[in-house]
Ligand binder design. Structure first.
Ligand SMILES: Cc1ncc(C[n+]2csc(CCOP(=O)(O)OP(=O)(O)O)c2C)c(N)n1
Length: 621
C-alpha cells in the first residue's frame, strides 16, 4: 500500500481496509529506518493512524497542523513528499526528525521544544480571522507536552476568547517516563469513566441524527450536545475552560478518528479532541518499554537491543555522585522536568523518593520551585538539558540569582549534541548564563572533575551551574586534576612559551592533544583548563597570555559571549589586544543536524582542524 501512495492526496482514494494496511506498512518502514538511524520510535508508532485520519479529513496544503515537540511527525513526512528521503532522517544533510518549513510547506511550523503548539496555532487562527480567511488550525499535543506552562497559558487564552481552532490531545499516558501531575490524573478519570463513554456515544448518536445544514443547525448540535453532557458530567474541565470536548476516541481506529475530525470542522468554537493512543503501538519491545524506545539509537529489530557500545556518560556520573552526596547530606533534593532517565536521576528517584521531584515538562516551574526550596535551606540540584533550560532564563535571573540562592543547575547535553539538529544543540548556555550577575559557571574537563565539581557545588553559597556534554569523555590522556576545585581558579595543565591555549569543559582534552602535536613541530604551548567561565581566573589567564605570540580559546559553545569573549575582555582590560587571538567556537547561527563528529569537522572544531589552523596562524609573520 505504501508503494501506491505518492502523495497525501492519494489517501482520498483509499478505503478503510486499505488505510489500515497502509498504517501497517508505514509502521514497518518507520521501524526499519529508525533501527538504522536512531530516532523517536515509540511516539511515532503511536501516531500512525492519527496522522492518516487527520490528513484524510484536513487539507495539509491549506489547513495548518502544528505538531507539538514535532518528534512524532514521521508518518506525516512519509505521506508528504519525503517517502524515500525518510531513509536519511536525522543524518547530516538528510531529512530532519522534526518539522522543518524548508523541507515542505506542509510542515507549517518548526517545533522541537515542548508545549508551543497551542500558542502558535492560536496566533495563526487570529491571523486567519483578521484576514477573513477560511481554513482550519489544529494543534496536536501530547499529554506530556500539555504539562508545560506555555501550553496551559495558551489553553486558557483560546478557550476564554472562543477562538475557532482545534486541539487534538494525543493521550498515551506517557511523557518520556509515565506522565505526572494533576492534569494527567484528570485525564485518567476521563479515560476510564464508563458513564462518560456511554454519554459520549449517546451524544454522538444524537449529533448524527440531526441534519447538519448551515450554522443554525451546527449551533443546535452544540447546544444539544453540551446540555446532555453537562447534565451527566457537571463541570468538565475542558468545557469549563471554553472548549467543546469530543472524545475520548480510540486513536488507532481510523474510521472513528475521521468521524470525530469531520464533526469538529463544523464547530465554530475551540474544540478539544481527546485521542487515546498507545506509545510504541505495533512493536512489542516499544510497547513494553516506551521510555527506552522514546528516543533510541540504532537497534536490532529482532531483539530490541540497542547496538551502541555503552560507555559511562556524564549524566550517569552526575546521578551516581548525587546519590552518594545525598546519603550524608539530607538537604540535597533533585528536581527534573520530565527527564529523569536522560539526566541520570533514575537511581536517585529510587533511593530517595521523598527527595525527588518530577514536575512534568515544566522547566520554569522546576527552577522556580528550586528557588523556594533553597530559600528554606534545602540544596536543590536541577539537571536540565542545555537547550530546554533556555526557557527558564528569567527564573534563573529573577528567582535565583537576584537573591543569590544556593541552587545547583546541572546543564546536561551542553555543546554540540548531534542528530536532533537546531532545536537541540546546547550551544547557547554559556553565553546567556554569563550575562547573569551572582552566578558561578563551571565545566569539567572529564568525568572525574565532574564529581569534584558537584562536591564543590554542594559547599558553595550562591547559584552554581555545572555544564557538561552529551555522552562520555574523550579520554586520550589520563588527565588527573592537579588541584582541587577552588572558586574562580583555573588549572594549569602544561606550560610553554609560544602559544597560550585556553580551553573549557570537554575541549580541555582536545587542547592537550593539540599541544602535544604542536610540540612535535617545536611549538610550545601553555594549556589552561579554565574550569570557571564565571568568575573567570583573570590572574592565571593574564600571566599566560601576556608572554604568548598567539592566544587560542577552545569551547563547545557559540562564539558570542562565551570563553572567547571573556578572554577578549581580559585582553582589552590589560592592553594585550595586540596579541593575536584564534577562537574555536561555533558561529552565530543555528547549527544543523549530523553526528557530533561530522559537525565538529564541518565547523573546524575537531583536533586536526584546530592544529592546522594554529600552525597556519603561527607561520604568518
Ligand atoms: C521544553 C522541552 N523539555 C523537554 C523536552 C524533551 N521531550 C521531548 S518529547 C518529551 C515527552 C513528550 O510527551 P508527550 O507530549 O506526551 O508526547 P509522546 O512522546 O508521549 O507522544 C519530552 C519531555 C522537550 N522537547 N522540550
Amino acid at each position: 500500500m505504501l508503494e501506491k501512495i505518492k502523495d497525501v492526496k492519494d489517501l482520498k482514494d483509499l478505503n478503510l481496509v486499505e488505510k489500515n494496511e497502509l498504517a501497517q506498512d508505514i509502521r514497518k518502514y518507520i521501524i526499519e529506518v529508525v533501527s538504522k538511524n536512531g530516532g523517536h520510535l515509540a511516539s511515532n508508532l503511536g501516531t500512525v493512524e492519527l496522522t492518516i485520519a487527520l490528513e484524510s479529513v484536513f487539507d495539509v496544503n491549506k489547513d495548518k497542523i502544528i505538531w507539538d515537540v514535532g518528534h512524532q511527525t514521521y508518518t506525516h513526512k512519509i505521506l508528504n513528499g519525503r517517502k524515500s528521503g525518510f531513509k536519511s532522517i536525522r543524518k547530516l544533510n538528510g531529512i530532519s526528525g522534526f518539522p522543518k518549513t524548508k523541507e515542505s510547506p506542509t510542515d507549517c511550523f518548526e517545533t522541537g521544544h515542548s508545549s508551543t503548539s497551542i500558542s502558535v496555532a492560536s496566533g495563526m487562527a487570529r491571523a486567519r480571522d483578521i484576514a477573513k480567511e477560511d481554513y482550519s488550525v489544529i494543534s496536536v499535543i501530547g499529554d506530556g507536552a500539555l504539562t508545560g506552562g506555555m501550553a496551559l497559558e495558551a489553553l486558557d487564552d483560546v478557550g476564554y476568547n472562543k477562538l475557532k481552532m482545534t486541539v487534538i490531545l494525543n493521550d498515551n499516558q506517557m511523557s518520556i517516563s509515565k506522565s505526572v501531575g494533576g492534569l494527567n490524573m484528570m485525564l485518567s478519570r476521563l479515560r476510564t469513566r464508563k458513564l462518560y463513554t456511554k454519554s459520549n456515544n449517546s451524544v454522538k448518536r444524537i449529533i448524527l441524527r440531526v441534519p447538519v445544514v448551515g450554522q443554525k443547525a451546527v449551533r443546535l448540535v452544540q447546544k444539544v450536545k453540551r446540555s446532555i453532557k453537562q447534565l451527566i458530567i457537571p463541570k468538565m474541565f475542558f468545557e469549563e475552560l471554553g472548549y467543546t470536548y469530543l472524545g475520548p476516541v480510540d486513536g488507532h481506529n481510523i474510521k472513528e478518528l475521521e468521524n470525530i475530525f469531520t464533526l469538529s470542522k463544523k464547530i465554530e468554537m475551540p474544540v478539544l479532541i481527546h485521542v487515546i493512543t498507545k506509545k510504541g503501538r505495533g512493536y512489542s519491545f516499544a510497547e513494553e518499554n516506551p521510555d527506552k524506545f522514546h528516543a533510541i539509537g540504532k537497534f536490532n529489530i529482532e531483539t530490541g537491543e540497542e547496538l551502541a557500545n555503552k560507555s559511562i556518560t556524564y549524566s550517569e556520573v552526575m546521578g551516581d555522585t548525587l546519590v552518594k552526596l545525598a546519603k550524608s547530606n539530607k538537604k540535597i533534593v533533585a528536581i527534573t522536568a520530565s527527564m529523569k532517565d536522560g539526566t541520570g536521576l533514575t537511581e536517585f528517584a529510587k533511593k530517595y523518593p521523598d527527595r525527588f521531584f518530577d514536575v512534568g515538562i515544566a522547566e520554569q516551574h522546576a527552577i522556580g520551585m528550586a528557588a523556594g526550596m533553597a530559600k528554606m535551606k534545602l540544596i536543590p540540584v536541577v539537571p536540565i538539558y542545555s537547550s530546554f533550560c533556555q526557557r527558564a532564563f528569567d527564573q534563573i535571573v529573577h528567582d535565583i540569582a537576584l537573591t543569590k540562592l544556593h541552587v545547583i543547575i546541572c546543564i546536561d547535553r551542553a555543546g554540540i549534541t548531534g542528530n536532533d539538529g537546531e532545536t537541540h544543540q546546547g550551544l547557547l548556555d554559556m553565553s546567556y548564563l554569563r550575562l547573569i550577575p551572582n552566578i558561578c559557571i563551571m565545566a569539567p574537563k572529564n568525568l572525574e572533575e565532574l564529581k569534584d565539581m558537584l562536591r564543590f557545588a554542594v559547599t558553595c553559597k550562591g547559584p552554581v551551574v555545572i555544564r557538561y556534554p552529551k555522552g562520555g569523555e574523550e579520554k586520550i590522556f589520563n588527565l588527573e586534576s592537579k588541584k582541587h576545585i577552588e572558586l574562580g581558579k583555573a588549572e594549569i595543565l602544561k606550560l610553554g612559551k609560544d602559544v597560550s591555549i585556553l580551553a573549557i569543559g570537554k575541549m580541555v582534552e582536545r587542547a592537550m592533544y593539540v599541544a602535544k602535536k604542536l610540540k612535535e613541530k617545536s611549538i610550545e604551548a601553555d594549556v589552561i583548563n579554565v574550569r570557571f567561565l564565571k568568575p573567570i581566573d583573570e590572574k592565571t589567564i593574564y600571566t599566560s597570555i601576556k608572554k604568548s605570540k598567539l592566544i587560542v580559546t577552545i569551547e563547545d559553545g557559540t562564539i558570542i559571549n562565551g570563553l572567547s569573549s571573556a578572554v577578549k575582555e581580559i585582553m582589552i582590560k590589560n592592553n594585550l589586544d595586540k596579541i593575536r587571538l584564534l577562537s574555536f567556537a561555533y558561529p552565530d547561527e543555528f547549527i544543523k543536524q549530523g553526528s557530533i563528529e561530522e559537525l565538529e569537522k564541518l565547523y573546524g572544531m575537531d583536533k586536526e582542524s584546530i592544529i592546522q589552523k594554529i600552525e597556519k596562524e603561527i607561520s604568518k609573520k
